[in-house]
Design a protein around this ligand. Structure first.
Ligand code: NDP
Length: 241
């Protein structure tokens, strides 16, 4: 197999960084995008030698230009991992329109922006692998996360609809629904809340970013062409409750 090119949004920190590293280890040419944390991105680049690209995944035009630049530098994108995500948690009473928009645009809008940028090329070449990072909270909802649960639930619908369009073209579109995973995002959750969450995880601990990345590798494999429109739950068994 010639080296395939993979793009990971939010690929410089947390789960995305683990995905980027694992892709590189498996021989992919990787582009890791990020939004604004230059220090983290430069550290990641220095440690891994992976190319990093700064553009806002919420910005449609920036995504088209960003992907064009990546393809010019590395070659046609054959794998896209839509991982960029944020939380702006609040109960409905305090949730603002701005918090709603930021979370919908970053988690869900970015999937459209980036998939659109790679879609024609994947169709023309007759091969593509798209993996969208959803969440257990998009499957079951979560107190104080109306915006995030809606965005992640939207990702699961987006995945199934786009998978139908790609199925006859050699393009698979799947989602992963991680449970609570040790990253900066979860570090922001208050300790007492986290304690209650961990108590509900059958394996009795948080997930590791590498454990989510492992699922991405499974779904993007060349011989995974029969798996499409699926959601893989990786959450220590929490989805059973
Ligand atoms: P982190 O906060 O650790 O990292 C987020 C990454 O996304 C960073 O690289 C960040 O860039 C990037 N990013 C954020 N906004 C944008 C944007 N507008 N444009 C481009 N890049 C952006 O998150 P996690 O690793 O924890 O989460 C990764 C994904 O997994 C998210 O979609 C999240 O919702 C999902 N998830 C996480 C869970 C968890 O427990 N951690 C559980 C379930 C799902 P920068 O460094 O520049 O800020």
């Amino acid at each position: 197999m010639a080296e395939r090119v993979a793009i990971v949004t939010g690929g410089t920190r947390g789960i995305g960084a683990a995905v980027s590293r694992m892709l590189k280890d498996k021989g992919y040419k990787v582009a890791a995008t990020y939004a604004g944390n230059d220090a983290a991105a430069q550290k990641f680049k220095a440690e891994t030698g992976i190319a990093v690209y700064k553009f806002d995944a919420c910005d449609f035009a920036a995504c088209q230009a960003g992907v064009a630049q990546i393809e010019k530098d590395l070659g046609p994108a054959e794998v896209l991992v839509n991982n960029a995500g944020i939380t702006r948690d609040s109960t409905m009473r305090r949730l603002t329109r701005d918090m709603w928009d930021q979370v919908i645009d970053t988690n869900l809008g970015s999937c459209f922006n980036m998939s659109k940028a790679v879609w024609e090329g994947m169709n023309t070449r007759g091969f593509g692998r798209i993996v969208n990072i959803g969440s257990i909270n998009g499957q079951g909802g979560q107190y104080g996360q109306v915006n995030y649960a809606a965005a992640k639930s939207g990702i699961h619908g987006f995945t199934k609809a786009l998978a139908q369009e790609g199925a006859s073209k050699g393009i698979t579109v799947n989602a992963i629904a991680p449970g609570y995973t040790e990253t900066d995002m979860v570090a922001a959750v208050p300790a007492n809340v986290l304690e209650k969450i961990v108590a509900k995880i059958p394996v009795g601990r948080l997930g590791k970013a590498d454990e989510i990345a492992r699922g991405v590798m499974f779904l993007i494999a060349d011989d995974a062409g029969f798996i499409t429109g699926s959601t893989l739950s990786i959450n220590g068994g929490q989805h059973m409750y």
